[in-house]
Design a protein around this ligand. Structure first.
Ligand code: NAD
Ligand code: UDP
Length: 330
């Protein structure tokens, strides 16, 4: 049987690397692409010797040329953590717009099906709760998070335009906060932030009064939802996430119990435009894909903590966030 070929952008990142694993396990030939701006080569070193995997170091905002035929493309390249996209706002806008345009062009040339990674951030600070796909959102276009939110909203629009105008086969997943092994310890997102603080014996930093909510999805569930969506015949956006909602303050307390380290909570200012509530309505994914998350927070957090527990003191104490200087033209 001929092996189907899939291009995964953002392959050295958290979700991209798990997608590479899943597609290889399912028998696909995977071409991973990344420029390492927020990713880590370590996330894919285990695939180096795999004959069903190849890697191309490339910035997807530049023209992409691939000689081999492609059956599927999954576009996951983009900074995803608020501190990342605040540090590299222009790259964030470019990867969502120019990068997506390049991948749509590639998909059209190869007659491949393209799935794009959108986000719950398209709902902004939502006035509707929980968020279902028919909610148009409440985004501050000119706020600091606007660079990410609007790039993703543009990404959805141009993807639908290629679908309607060129008849391209496209899929759009709206991913809600997902966590698990291979997140960058210093990427600033709440789970690695709290786990790093716990392991260093520091206080946990809750932003604002901690009454804002999030709903956390374990990575295996997320990957399964994305996989099922790719092979569905539905071109409109689909939420994939875990509806189990919690306030950030209660979540900090859960982490304190889980880690068994007696840290205190300290309170810092709430970042500008930090959404006050977020919970996916996953009725559509249940109906369409027969998908729902299986891993509850306690189980997923334990697996994630076991991953971070293996970090050396040097890794734990590497305070500086990712150094983006190599990627920024002076
Ligand atoms: P990540 O930062 O771990 O991975 C992103 C990867 O994209 C990195 O390896 C990075 O180097 C690469 N990249 C960025 N710009 C690039 C470019 N111009 N060219 C080539 N590679 C580039 O983030 P993640 O959590 O794995 O997120 C992956 C995707 O999923 C993103 O599109 C993100 O917006 C989306 N998403 C993730 C979450 C989540 O909770 N993890 C939530 C919503 C949406
Ligand atoms: N947060 C926090 N302390 C931290 C990091 C994050 O209280 O050290 C809060 C943040 O303000 C937000 C929530 O945790 O309300 C989730 O933040 P994250 O960056 O993980 O993702 P977001 O959902 O905001 O994109």
């Amino acid at each position: 049987m001929i092996q189907k070929r899939v291009l995964i952008t953002g392959a050295a990142g958290f979700l991209g690397s798990h997608l590479c694993d899943r597609f290889i396990d399912e028998g696909f030939y995977v071409i991973g692409m990344d420029n390492f701006i927020t990713g880590d080569p370590k996330n894919i070193t285990h695939l180096e010797a795999n004959s069903s995997f190849e890697f191309i170091e490339h910035d997807v905002t530049k023209h992409i040329s691939i000689e081999k035929s492609l059956d599927y493309i999954l576009h996951f390249a983009s900074p995803a953590s608020p501190i990342d996209y605040l540090k590299i706002p222009i790259q964030t806008l470019k990867v969502g717009s120019l990068g997506t345009h390049n991948l749509l062009g590639l998909a059209k040339a190869k007659k491949a099906r393209l799935l794009i990674a959108s986000t719950s951030e398209v709902y902004g600070d939502p006035l509707v709760h929980p968020q279902s796909e028919d909610y148009y959102g409440n985004v501050n276009t000119i706020g600091p998070r606007g660079v990410y939110d609007e790039a993703k909203r543009f990404q959805e629009s141009i993807t639908m335009a290629y679908h309607r105008f060129h008849g391209l086969e496209t899929r759009i997943v709206r991913i809600f906060n997902t966590y698990g092994p291979r997140m960058r310890l210093n990427d600033g997102r709440v789970i690695p932030a709290f786990m790093g603080q716990a392991l260093r014996g520091e206080d946990l930093t809750v932003f604002g009064d901690g009454s804002q909510t999030r709903s956390f999805c374990y990575v295996d569930d997320q990957i399964d939802g994305i996989y099922k969506l790719l092979f569905s015949d539905y071109a409109y956006p689909v939420n994939i996430g875990n509806p189990q909602e919690i306030t950030i303050k209660d979540f900090a307390e859960e982490i304190i119990k889980l880690t068994g380290m007696y840290q205190k909570i300290t309170y810092k200012n709430l970042p500008v435009d930090d959404p006050l509530q977020r919970q996916p309505d996953i009725s559509l994914a249940k109906k369409l894909l027969n998908w729902e998350p299986k891993v509850n927070r306690a189980e997923g957090m334990l697996k994630t903590f076991n991953y971070f527990k293996n970090f050396t003191d040097i890794e734990l104490n590497k305070r500086d966030h990712k150094d983006f200087s190599n990627h920024i033209k002076k």
